[in-house]
Each structure stands twice: as C-alpha cells, then as structure tokens.
Design a protein around this ligand. Structure first.
Ligand code: AMP
Length: 183
C-alpha cells in the first residue's frame, strides 16, 4: 500500500479541469476528461491504484455509472479482477436489485444485476470506485447494494473527495475508504 507524495498529488490535481456553473449555477464541476486525455497522467494514476490495492484481498471491482466505469474497468484489468457496473435505474437488461437515495431535490436509484458477484466464494470482497465523492449519497447507496447482494464492500476508492461536504462520514464503517485527492 503506497501513498502519493504532495508533488504527485499536485500532478494529478493539475490534470483535472474545474468547470464553473455546470450542470447548474453554483456547482464547480470536476472534469476528469482532461486527466483521461493525458495518457501519462492516466497511466500514473492507474499504476498508483494498482500498487495501492495489489496486496488487498479483493475479488471484484464495482464502478458507479458512468465515470466510475472508466477508472474501475482500467484498474480491474490491471489487477486481473472482475468488473461489475453499478448503473442508473432501467439500464441493466437482466434481473436487478436496486437502491434509492436522496438527491438535493427528489430521489435517484441505482441497480446491479442480481448475480453480479456470483463466484466460488460465499461473500466475495468488493472494491467500489467512483471519480468523486460529494455528499456521499451515491456511494452509500452503492455500498448498501453490494452488501445486500451477498458480497462484502471491503473498500471504496474515490479519485476526488470534496471533504467540506463530509461524504465519507456517511459511509458504512466496515468499508475502508481511500481518496486519492482531498479537496
Ligand atoms: P454525491 O452522491 O453527492 O456524493 O455525488 C457523487 C456523484 O455525483 C459522483 O458520481 C460524481 O461523479 C458526481 N458529482 C457530484 N458533484 C460533482 C462535482 N462537483 N464534479 C463532478 N462530479 C460530481
């Protein structure tokens, strides 16, 4: 488990673009497409996550739609682990289980396939990944979904944690959280 030094964190941070007032006034959107576009930076980040998690007992990586798919699938491939997509309601074709969560206004719902974590183990260990944690509602629902499905959400990883929103405090205490950049 190796951590980034301040210079390495600044390097990753410098590749993420701030887009003010997107998708609505007052939100500063953390745009990771500029990081993905830079092959050295994207590779550096995935290699870091590989080194961080390579000795952890993880069976599956689950990514939250849609930016969690990008980092999750790249890391799953590097770690030679299985990848599971957690999607917005109505997108997965087979039988699903779902979890509702509160947004600023109204509700949203995420789903996984009922057999998403089927394997030889009774309670396989899952690493959940998303690009960013804000209020924590999405990640909390995703962890609950993973645990409900009979797997164990052992780890959760975010590239960016907007710490002033205290999202990680919302998460199940049995899940170990690692945020690459704390803002
Ligand atoms: P939350 O449920 O409030 O923790 O929101 C997390 C989800 O919303 C993640 O899937 C993020 O990709 C997205 N998100 C929330 N705030 C931002 C932001 N400022 N910039 C980019 N993505 C965001």
């Amino acid at each position: 488990m190796s951590l980034l030094n301040e210079e390495e964190k600044s390097y990753i941070f410098s590749k993420i673009r701030d887009v003010p007032d997107f998708p609505k006034p007052g939100i500063i959107f953390k745009d990771i497409t500029t990081l993905l576009r830079d092959q050295d930076a994207f590779n550096f980040l995935i290699e870091h996550l590989y080194n961080y998690y390579k000795d952890r007992d993880i069976d599956f990586i689950a990514g939250i739609e849609s930016r969690g798919f990008i980092f999750g699938a790249a890391l799953a491939n590097r770690l030679k682990k299985s990848f599971v997509p957690i999607r917005k309601k109505g997108k997965l074709p087979y039988t699903t289980i779902s979890e509702k969560y509160a947004l600023e206004y109204g509700f949203d719902e995420i789903e996984i396939h009922i057999d998403a974590f089927e394997c030889d183990k009774e309670s396989p260990n899952v690493l959940l990944i998303d690009d960013l944690i804000a209020t924590g509602g999405t990640a909390k629902a995703a962890i609950s979904l993973i645990n409900k499905s009979g797997a164990n959400c052992k780890d959760a990883c975010f590239i960016i944690d907007l710490t002033f929103l205290k999202g990680t405090k919302m998460l199940d205490k049995n899940t170990e959280v690692y945020s690459v950049l704390e803002i």
